[in-house]
Every structure is written in C-alpha cells, then in structure tokens.
Unconditional design. Structure first.
Length: 367
C-alpha cells in the first residue's frame, strides 16, 4: 500500500537522532518550559526571520490566542479564505468574532484581489492561510491591511520554510501561527504549535497567557490558558528543524517529477504563484469533469492512498450552520471542494513508489 503520507518513513531517516534526544529529555527530569523550549523558540525565530517565537500546545491555540491578544472579539469581522481548513475559522469564532469568507484563486489560496470588497467597518483583521505549502499574495494583503489599518495573522501550519519574495512566511504579518502536527513539514511527535512575531510586547503577552496568565508561579495577571509546548516535543522539533531544508528539497524533487510526468487531461496540476515558492506540504491536483471520486477509488483499488483537502468548505459544516451560509454562496470554493485530491507525498518516498502512482494516474480514463 502506498500511503498518502508515511510518517514512519520520515522518522526512519533520522531515527537515532530522535531517539537520543528523547532519552536526553526524559533523563533530564524537566518536562515543561525548560531549556529545550527556550532553545527551540530561539532557533525557530531565527529560521523564520523574526525576533520572537513562543511555543504553544497546538496550531489552533496559536490562532485563537492570537486573535484574543490582538483584542479581536464579538462584533468584529475577520477575512479568511472560503476553502481554508475549519480550524482556521475556529480560531476566529472561539473569540466571538465573525468570519467573512473570500473565494480562493487559481493557486488555492485566498484571492487577494477580492479582499477589499469584503471589508466593512467591522473588519479588524485578515487571516492569510498559506495552504498546501505556498504563500498567499502577501504584498497585496499587506498593502490592503495598511490602507485599512487591519491586523494580519498568517496561518503557516502547512508552510514551514517557504517564502514570499525574500521573506519566509510567518515573518510578514503581525503574527505567524504554526502547527507542528505530525504530518506538517516540521512535524512533532504529537500536538505542538507556536507563534512568531517582531512585537516584543505581544510576545510577552503570549508567554504569560500560555501559562495560566502567570509570569511568576501563583501570581496570575490575566485569565489565561494551559497551552505550553512541552520539553519533549521541543527537543524533537529541534532535531527535525536541522533537517527541514533537506526535507523541503526532497519534497520539491518529488513534486517536480509529478509536474513533468503526470499526463492526464482530467487533471489540473498545481501552479506556483509568481513571487512564491512551495514547500509542497501537499501535492494537490484538481480533477475535472466530476471525476475526482472515481479517480480516488481507481487508485484505492491499486493500493494507492489519497486524501481530499478539503471535502466540505467550513461555512457549510454543521458547526457553522449558525452563520446562515448556503450552497452556492462561494461557488469557486465549492467547486474546489469537489475537485481537489492530494496525491502521495512524503519524505522517504521511493522512485519506484512514485512511478506506480504516476503510471496509474496516466492510465485513468475516467471510468
């Protein structure tokens, strides 16, 4: 079986390093907010190109706490792509704010040309979600934000190390939010996340908020949360960070082969936005003529796994019925939900495995 993502394969590439670090942390006797977290925060900030990084428990925590600390709340609106993952929307609504959806562009990210028409007097921020390993048009987004005095939060969960022009994503807006869920480019071995920022005061607020609102034990300044990156995950992430560039290069090599060898008129292959690159978190094709599910089943019969990212736009989910949205409100997002298919893409994928995938897709006739 060729899996859509094989985390065990990536682990095996540097297994001894991970195991040695795990033993080192376990033997240290210190498991929460210690030297590993401090070191990882410094190293990740340097890698992204920001002054500060604050480790948190998950990517969703990075989002909702960001909106909370930026004072975005009930009565406020946040612009977000209509095809984003539902956790992006949850980060907005957990603070009582209202998501305002904008259609995606040909690169599967928010169409920056449509953002301005969605702005109202209630708009307080733009959530720029860098889907599938590729940046949004951050020049246009930042120009709009400056014009209307809006905050910009970057969701970099799927974009670890890729750039917009000369800047790494997560260093451009007011806050960069990262998930280190195991399937991410720099994935942890459990849940983990962080934020990046150049705002010293905001970084300090995150450090207080993540620890029950406390800077000094038993002295609580605000009502905070328990959202701490633990020492074990931080240590393992430090190891993985040393290999992230080689991971991204390997995924790019796999992607380039897909781009050059996939030959099926039913597919629209992914494109790279001028000014951007891609870390190829996913290799997402659009399957035309309503043949996506048929291709998925065809590949499954050949023991090739695929995933749909994502089958239901967030505004049509049961969780967001209260928003009053309906089918047809964002036709492009709905079209994408019926077309997209993520092909196998993982570090350690063999040339032979990729050949099997390519040959299977190229012989698919739509039946």
């Amino acid at each position: 079986m060729i899996m859509p993502n094989n985390l065990g394969r990536q682990y095996s590439l540097n297994a001894k390093e991970y195991e040695n670090k795990a033993i080192e942390v376990l033997r240290s006797g210190w498991y929460i907010l210690g030297k590993e977290v401090n070191a990882f925060e410094e190293e990740w900030a340097k890698y992204i190109g920001t002054k500060y990084c604050v480790g948190l428990a998950s990517g969703l925590d990075a989002l909702w706490i960001s909106f909370r600390l930026l004072d975005i709340h009930e009565g406020d609106e946040v612009i977000v792509s209509a095809n984003a993952y539902i956790a992006c929307v949850m980060g907005i609504t957990m603070n009582g704010a209202t998501p305002v959806f904008v259609e995606p562009d040909q690169f599967d990210n928010i169409d920056a040309e449509r953002i301005e028409e969605a702005i109202t007097p209630k708009t307080k921020a733009i959530l720029a979600v860098h889907l599938f390993g590729q940046s949004c048009d951050m020049t246009k987004i930042m120009d709009i934000a400056h014009k209307y005095n809006l905050k910009v939060i970057e969701d970099c969960a799927q974009s670890h190390g890729n750039k917009w022009q000369d800047k790494v994503v997560g260093s451009i807006g007011d806050v960069g939010c990262f998930s280190f869920y195991p399937s991410k480019g720099c994935g942890a071995f459990g849940d983990a996340g962080c934020i990046t920022t150049n705002d010293k005061e905001l970084a300090e607020k995150f450090k207080v908020f993540r620890n029950y609102g406390s800077r000094i034990r038993y002295q609580n300044e605000v009502v905070g949360a328990n959202s701490r990156l633990d020492e074990l995950q931080a240590g393992l992430l430090r190891v993985k960070l040393t290999h992230l560039e080689e991971f991204n290069l390997e995924r790019n090599k796999i992607a380039q082969r897909y781009l050059s060898e996939l030959k099926n008129d039913l597919l629209r292959l992914p494109e790279i936005r001028p000014g951007a690159d891609s870390s190829w978190h996913q290799f997402v094709v659009h399957v035309k003529d309503g043949k996506r599910d048929a291709l998925m089943e065809y590949l499954k019969d050949k023991d090739i796994g695929t995933i749909i990212h994502y089958p239901i736009p967030p505004y049509l989910s049961q969780a967001y019925e209260y928003l009053g949205k309906k089918v047809g409100d964002y036709p492009l997002a709905e079209q994408y939900a019926n077309e997209v298919l993520s092909l196998p893409m993982y570090n350690g994928m063999t040339s032979e495995e990729q050949t099997i995938v390519i040959e299977a897709i190229n012989t698919f006739g739509g039946e």
